[in-house]
Every structure is written in C-alpha cells, then in structure tokens.
Design a binder for this molecule. Structure first.
Ligand code: MN
Length: 199
C-alpha cells in the first residue's frame, strides 16, 4: 500500500461494513470508507493531475517533507485510513501474541498497562488525529499525530487508531473513550504482529 503511485484507488475493505458490529457500526464504517477515504483519494488524484513530477512518487513519500498541503494532507488521509482499516478485523477480542506480545510486556509491564497508556494517549489527541504504536528495533512507542500527519518512516508503523469524530460520533456521540474501548475488541493483532516483525 505505501508504495502505490498515482492514480490512487480506494479498494473495498476485506470485510463487510456491518462485520464489526456491535463494536463499530455499519453506517460509520460505510461513510468512513466510501465517503471520507474516497474523498481523500479523489482529492489527491486531483492535486497530482497537474504535477507530473510527483506522479511517480510512492504514497508514503507524498506524506512526508515539504510538499503542497493539498498533496501531503490528502496523501496522509489515504495512508492513515488504509492503515487503520487494515488494522481492524471481525474476529473480535484477539490479543497480541508472539514477538509483539513479548515486546509489549517488556516495554509496558503488561497488555493491560499498554492498553491503559494507549487509551490515555488517544484521549489526549486534541481535536482530530490518530494514536499510534510504532517501533524502532524492538523498542515500542505510543505516540499521536494531528490531523492527517503520518509518523516518520524511520519508525515501523504497527497500529493506528483514528480518533477524528467522524470515526465514532454516530454511535458514541462525544464519548471517545467508549469508542476506543470498542475498537480494542476489533483490533487485528495478527496484522499488527506482521507489521512488527516483517518490516
Ligand atoms: Mn477517519
């Protein structure tokens, strides 16, 4: 995904919009994917149409450095959303396993402590943004980004959580913590572990 180039497309999700019920509702998933992510995709294509020198640049590179806002923000919107959707799965209540589970325990004390710290970070995003789990070597970091900023690619991206209000407002209104606790029930920990071990 990160190496894709112009023109960008918005592929269907690996599961139905209703597959994450009751944790993330069908209408939110449908609007989030078919409207919000689609708009970032359309807007990035429009921004690149008259910039042939950027058309061969991979998606990840379009999210970094000093590029026009219309390019960088929309590229970030695509990367962050696709990473978020890829990090979800209908098989509820997975737990981390293997090398990632060991790293979490080593770094945070326990999965419970990790979860608390991730929740606190996600709650502390002021306005719109994301909470992230990233890694350098075996060292994990919980961090946040504003709007559609993307963490540097000198870190491996393991997991992200969209805390823009459009990700939860229809079901949870202003209760971001309720949404985060629901999200923990549909995290694709297998995917997160592959991100931890394979890049
Ligand atoms: Mn979003």
């Amino acid at each position: 995904m990160k190496d894709e180039i112009y023109p960008f497309v918005n592929p269907p999700l690996n599961f139905g919009y209703d597959a994450l019920e009751p944790y993330i509702d069908e209408k939110t998933m449908c609007l989030h994917h078919s409207r919000h992510l689609q708009t970032y995709t359309d807007n990035l294509n429009a921004a690149l149409r008259d910039r042939p020198q950027l058309q061969r640049m991979p998606l990840w590179k379009l999210t970094q450095g000093s590029l026009p806002d219309s390019v960088k923000q929309n590229a970030g919107g695509i990367y962050n959303h696709r990473f978020y959707f890829d990090g979800l799965c209908p098989c509820a209540a997975q737990r981390p396993s293997g090398a990632l589970a060991n790293a979490i325990t080593r770094q945070f004390g326990s999965f419970f402590d990790f979860r608390k710290q991730f929740l606190d970070t996600a709650l502390s995003v002021f306005g719109s943004g994301y909470a992230w789990l990233t890694a350098r070597g075996n060292r994990l970091t919980i961090r946040k980004t504003a709007n559609q900023e993307v963490p540097p690619f000198s870190e491996r991206h393991i997991l992200n959580l969209d805390v823009w209000e459009h990700a939860y407002y229809l079901k949870h209104y202003n209760m971001r913590a309720d949404y985060i606790n629901s999200w923990f029930c549909v995290v694709n920990w297998s995917k997160a572990e592959r991100n931890f071990t394979h890049s």
